[in-house]
Design a binder for this molecule. Structure first.
Ligand code: CAO
Length: 552
């Protein structure tokens, strides 16, 4: 029996797409045309089917992998005699034809419409062989001001869902589609007025449209997508064994940004499809302390396996005006999102917090000296930068702190990205210093300054906040003694730091005035035990006491 590599066929200008679902596993018998994996870009998701029947011998991709044309998806033992012996890409192209129009659609929408005065009709572009694709989301409403390339509707066929963007900017005057409508090439979507001129040569290509569709791109009637947020672990796609929740790319993206586990959200759309409203509703109910939702949310692979659940009392409803005047204020977007994340982390992670003190007398003297010497260069070395470097040394010595839980497995990271909590007028955000092990204290100080500024200006990109291994929350510039920081899942520990103060410390002969820094380390007791945590803190204290120990 011939072994055949099944590759990703020509998927047009999509440079790389992410594998979000594995639909088969080794040993499975697949039919020709059966979908093997689902891939997703910012604007489209599509299933990649097999060009022939056979038995899956080996999967060559895993969830989260980036694939492009020619990437091998799996090795198939070709089945029946009638099946072709090899799978040339041309055949695969045919096999994936159902998915390819998603690309075609986005490409062709980019053809510029006539520029600019008077109303402009935006129509469905050439969507290849697709006929009667159903509108599953309308992303704008009358009166919305939209940008060129902003998505107008999401349509879906059996195998692909895609967003159709507008080729022009303007204000939506008429909306000519509704949920459930079946669309074909040339159908009118919206009429825009006040159209900004859209010169022909300015129309971006599909690739550009996809590449420039950031999380922060406005979504019209859809809820605003929040870029910066604290505790925003990218929610992992459903596991290979679980069924991928039925949701469009934008809804999946929105859920990921909020850290909402889509598998726990009940879809109210046709065929159980999860809508943006469903995701928002889920977040709201978690925020409101809905016991059932929280109990559901707690049933992740890491925490499942029975248990008592959270049989909580309902949140107390009080008419505060009976007791005195009140003012009501909406929570900021960041607070809403970080609140939901913090709540989940608090409920799901068995936190323990160790407190300790580090003697930073010499380190602070050195820092002050360095800052004096570098005054002219305008570089300010911060205590937090030293804490980041010291944490990296401790993470290297105690690798289970540089880890994440994935079901029954511990993922030990071999990179050292350290996040720091930054207080902003709108709430807490957590930017990340990437590869902190490869950077010096001066560079870390500089990067921290830049990221903290971006945070305050609300300009952090999702990438600025992703990929952290460990977080430091410093209240040192403000005050306090100790606190119990909440772990930023899926990390397993967080270091809280408070204000240093000069204290009498016994040196065996006399009390000496020493500058002591209070440390509070919260850790996940599923991964770390108390003795390791005490050792981690003690080691951290030793490093901060004498950085030469890093060299040992
Ligand atoms: N002990 C005593 N003083 C400290 C200190 C410490 N541990 N850490 C910093 N300081 C002092 C600095 O020396 C500096 O004083 P000067 O202005 O006299 O030089 C001042 O505090 C400000 O320090 P900094 O510029 O180095 O800033 P930072 O590194 O302390 O903080 C940042 C940067 C972004 C972390 C901070 O602005 C911030 O947002 N902190 C709040 C984080 C937070 O909210 N955590 C809680 C999360 S849990 O809800």
């Amino acid at each position: 029996m011939a072994l055949v590599d099944i590759q990703v066929p020509d998927i047009g200008d999509f440079d790389e797409v992410t594998v979000i679902e594995l639909l088969v596993k080794p040993g499975d018998t697949v039919k020709a045309e059966q979908s093997l994996i689902t891939v997703e870009s910012d604007k489209a998701s599509m299933e990649i089917p097999s060009s022939q029947a056979g038995v899956v011998k080996e999967l060559k991709v895993k969830l989260g992998d980036k694939v492009k044309q020619g990437s091998v998806v799996l090795v198939l033992e070709a089945g029946s005699a009638s099946a072709p012996a090899a799978a040339p890409v041309a055949d695969l192209k045919a096999a994936v034809a159902i998915a390819a129009p998603a690309q075609a659609a986005i490409q062709s929408i980019a053809v510029p419409t006539a520029a600019a005065s008077g109303p402009v009709e935006i129509r469905v572009p050439d969507i290849g062989d697709f006929k009667d694709v159903a509108v599953i989301e309308v992303l704008v409403k009358v009166g919305d001001s939209i940008k060129a390339e902003q998505s107008l509707v999401t349509v879906e066929s059996d195998k692909a869902s895609m967003e159709i963007p507008s080729s022009s900017a303007g204000v939506v005057k008429e909306l000519r589609v509704k949920l459930g409508d079946k669309l074909n090439i040339g159908d009118l979507l919206v009429v825009l007025e006040g159209v900004a001129s859209a010169p022909a040569d300015a129309a971006p290509t599909a690739a550009a449209a996809v590449a420039t569709a950031p999380a922060a791109s406005p979504a019209g009637a859809a809820p605003e997508r929040v870029a910066p947020a604290v505790a925003m672990p990218a929610h992992e796609p459903a596991s290979s064994s679980g069924k991928l929740p039925h949701a469009s790319p934008s809804v999946r993206k929105f859920a990921r940004e909020l850290g909402v586990p889509l598998a726990e959200v009940k879809g109210s759309g046709p065929k159980g499809r999860i809508t943006l409203d469903d995701v928002q509703g889920f977040t709201k109910s978690v925020m409101a302390g809905d016991a059932r939702t929280l109990a559901q949310a707690a049933k992740t692979p890491a925490a499942s396996g029975g248990g008592a659940g959270l049989d909580l009392l309902p949140w107390p409803k009080v008419d505060f005006t009976k007791f005195g005047p009140v003012e009501r204020k909406d929570m900021s977007r960041i607070k809403k999102i970080s609140g939901a994340n913090l709540h989940r982390n608090w409920v799901m992670i068995p936190h323990v917090c160790n407190h300790d003190d580090a003697d930073i007398t010499e380190l602070e003297n050195f820092r002050v000296l360095m800052n004096k010497e570098n005054e002219k260069a305008g570089i300010k070395i911060t205590m937090l930068a030293f804490l980041i470097k010291a944490s990296v040394a401790a993470l290297k010595k105690f690798p289970e702190f540089n880890a994440s839980l994935d079901g029954d497995q511990l993922v030990l990271k071999q990179y050292y990205n350290v996040a720091f909590a930054a207080d902003t007028p709108n709430g807490l955000v957590v930017p990340v210093i990437k590869d902190a092990d490869k950077k010096g204290v001066v560079q870390i100080s500089q990067e921290m300054g830049e990221l903290a500024k971006k945070a305050r200006d609300g300009k952090l990109s999702p990438a600025d906040m992703q990929g952290a291994c460990f977080t430091i929350s410093s209240l040192g510039g403000i005050g306090g003694r100790y606190f119990t920081p909440i772990i930023n899942a899926p990390e397993v520990a967080i270091l809280g730091v408070c204000k240093s103060s000069t204290e009498p410390v016994w040196d065996g002969k006399a009390f000496q005035p020493r500058l002591m820094l209070p440390l509070s380390l919260s850790w996940d007791h599923r991964v770390i035990d108390g003795a390791s945590a005490a050792r981690f803190n003690a080691y951290l204290g030793q490093i901060l006491g004498d950085f030469r120990r890093v060299l040992l």
